[in-house]
Structure formats: structure tokens, C-alpha cells
Design a protein around this ligand. Structure first.
Ligand SMILES: [Ca+2]
Length: 318
């Protein structure tokens, strides 16, 4: 069979031309394959960076004593006074279940309500009342904010009560899980459960709370961090790493238990932190003035008549 297409039958010039074209096509194919393979390889080798929660830079403006027998469960400022609630832990027989006003010169608590039959947890002031949680008894108590007389009690479904704060409308409680419970103060009716996540993962062990300018700040149990939570999405948007303060506390008082307690004086615009059995309370300064665009309406913060003043030079920590 005669093969019209056989390259051997062509003239040398045409054979050379066809060979050159074939070589060129082969080269192009190699280049294309090479580029494509290189791109895929590069894509396959890219390891996505692990998401990192932004750290909030802070400055320690001052410090003052904290009673090392105070097993802190609640911490807030009301009318310029620093209030603290503490629980009684059997392993630490000197601890007590109560709440009252912290004497800034000694750190001792001037007791307003003593509840030794319960493990006292977080407290919050709202509508001229004080709301107080208990640990595992699923009961809370309501007191008059001026006389501290008990007005009522309430029940909640959470297995445990931990921290509490308010956005000016709701009571917001933690229970050690990754959920915050928003409740109507009238009857503690459930409004919503907010799932808290950090970089897409549940952020559990939420403990003492503070609402500051549209965000919820939550201590993390047995961790020297305080996370900043968007109250609508539940996302942790930033966090404070207070490891340096925890280290100081352990140096001064090896029996200290854990960072727990953040309090905001909205009038003086001052923020305080402490911990369970810590020897000090610290006044911190850090950026906290920008509410999220979708933040919930915020009722007016309680007025302050007396500012807490602590003399002494500022000590920068970061
Ligand atoms: Ca607090």
C-alpha cells in the first residue's frame, strides 16, 4: 500500500520543516504541561495559615490589694464601688459564699449578703436590683440594690450558674460551656442562647463576664485569657492574654487559683481584673471604644458618684 503521507518520500527541505514544527509542538506541550504541573504542585503545597485570634494590647495602669481568701466569682463596678461575689470551696476552708464591696485599701470585702448555704456565683445590677447566681442549685436570688434586702428568687434550666453581666436590657449568664444565656430579668425568661466560637471552634469554659461598649468580655476558666465576644454572632473577635499577671499572682501567692473577674466602671471608663485568691486587682487600659455596627441597643450605664482612685505610676506591660 502506497503511503502518501510517509515523511521519507518528501524533499529534504520539507522533511526538515515538518520535523521543526513537530519539535516546536512537543516543546510547547512540555512547557504547558510543566507550567500546569508546577501550578498544581504549588497549590498542593500551600498549607492554609491557622487562624489566630487578634491579641488586645493592654497597659497596667495601677494595682491594689485583693483578699487572698476571696474565691472570685463575680466582679463589677456599680455607683463607683467595686463589688465582688465569692464562693466557698471546701478545699479552701477559709473561703466564703457572699458578695459585697471591695475596700480598695485592703482588698477585703465589706459583706452585703452572706449566703453560706449556697455556692455564690456571678452577680449583676439591673433596674435597681442585684441578681445573683448559684453554682449547681439552679436557683438565683434578687436583692434591692440599695438595701440588699432579698426581694425574690428565680430558677433557671442551666445545670450550673457561673458568671453574669448585663447589656442594660438582658441578664447574660455563663455556665462553663460555650453558650451564653440571655434572659429577661422579669422571671428570668429565656431570650436566646448564644453559641460562642473562636476561629470556628466552640469556645467553652466561659466564666466571669463583663459587658463593655457593645461587646461581652469573658474570662476563660483556668486560662489567663479574656475573650472579646460579638454579642450577635457569638464570634470571639479578639482576646487579652494576661499570662504576665497570672505569673505575678503565682509568684506572690502560690495558692492562687485562676484569673477570674473583669469589672468596668462606665463613668470613669476604667477596667479592673483579678483572680480567685489573687493578691492583687489590676486596673487595665486597652482599646474598647468601638461597638460593632449591629450591636444590640444599650441602656444607659449606672451613674457613678465616687471614682475609685489609685495613686502611683503606670506600669506598661505591653
Ligand atoms: Ca464582671
Amino acid at each position: 500500500m502506497h503511503d502518501h503521507g510517509s515523511i521519507e518520500q518528501l524533499s529534504p527541505a520539507r522533511r526538515s520543516l515538518i520535523l521543526a514544527v513537530r519539535l516546536l509542538l512537543l516543546l510547547c506541550a512540555c512547557l504547558l504541561y510543566g507550567c500546569s504541573d508546577s501550578t498544581n504542585s504549588s497549590e498542593n503545597n500551600v498549607v492554609p495559615a491557622a487562624p489566630v485570634t487578634p491579641l488586645i494590647a493592654f497597659t497596667v495602669m495601677d494595682d491594689f490589694p485583693h483578699d487572698t481568701t476571696s474565691y472570685t466569682e463575680g466582679f463589677l463596678v456599680h455607683d463607683g464601688e467595686l463589688f465582688e461575689s465569692t464562693g466557698h470551696v471546701p478545699e479552701f476552708p477559709y473561703t466564703r459564699s457572699l458578695f459585697g464591696v471591695v475596700d480598695r485599701r485592703t482588698g477585703k470585702i465589706a459583706v452585703k449578703v452572706d449566703r453560706e448555704s449556697y455556692f455564690v456565683e456571678g452577680i449583676a445590677f439591673l433596674n435597681k436590683k442585684i441578681y445573683q447566681l448559684t453554682y449547681k442549685t439552679q436557683v438565683g436570688f434578687i436583692y434591692d440594690a440599695k438595701t440588699f434586702r432579698q426581694l425574690d428568687s428565680f430558677r433557671y434550666a442551666n445545670a450550673e450558674g457561673w458568671g453574669m453581666t448585663t447589656d442594660g436590657i438582658h441578664l447574660i449568664m455563663s455556665d462553663g460551656t460555650a453558650e451564653l444565656t440571655f434572659a429577661d430579668p422579669a422571671g428570668f425568661r429565656l431570650i436566646k442562647k448564644l453559641k460562642v466560637t473562636e476561629n470556628g471552634m466552640p469556645r467553652d469554659s466561659l466564666n466571669e463576664l463583663e459587658y463593655i461598649k457593645g461587646f461581652i468580655y469573658a474570662n476563660i476558666w483556668y486560662n489567663d485569657h479574656i475573650v472579646k465576644i460579638d454579642p450577635v454572632t457569638g464570634k470571639v473577635v479578639a482576646k487579652l492574654d494576661l499570662t504576665s499577671l497570672g505569673f505575678q499572682a503565682r509568684l506572690k501567692h502560690p495558692d492562687e487559683d485562676a484569673l477570674n473577674g473583669i469589672a468596668y466602671d462606665a463613668v470613669a471608663d476604667k477596667i479592673y481584673v483579678t483572680g480567685k485568691l489573687w493578691p492583687n486587682i489590676y486596673q487595665l487600659n486597652f482599646p474598647h471604644s468601638h461597638p460593632p455596627p449591629h450591636s444590640l441597643p444599650i441602656a444607659a450605664q449606672p451613674a457613678s458618684r465616687t471614682r475609685i482612685h489609685f495613686p502611683g505610676p503606670a506600669t506598661p506591660y505591653s
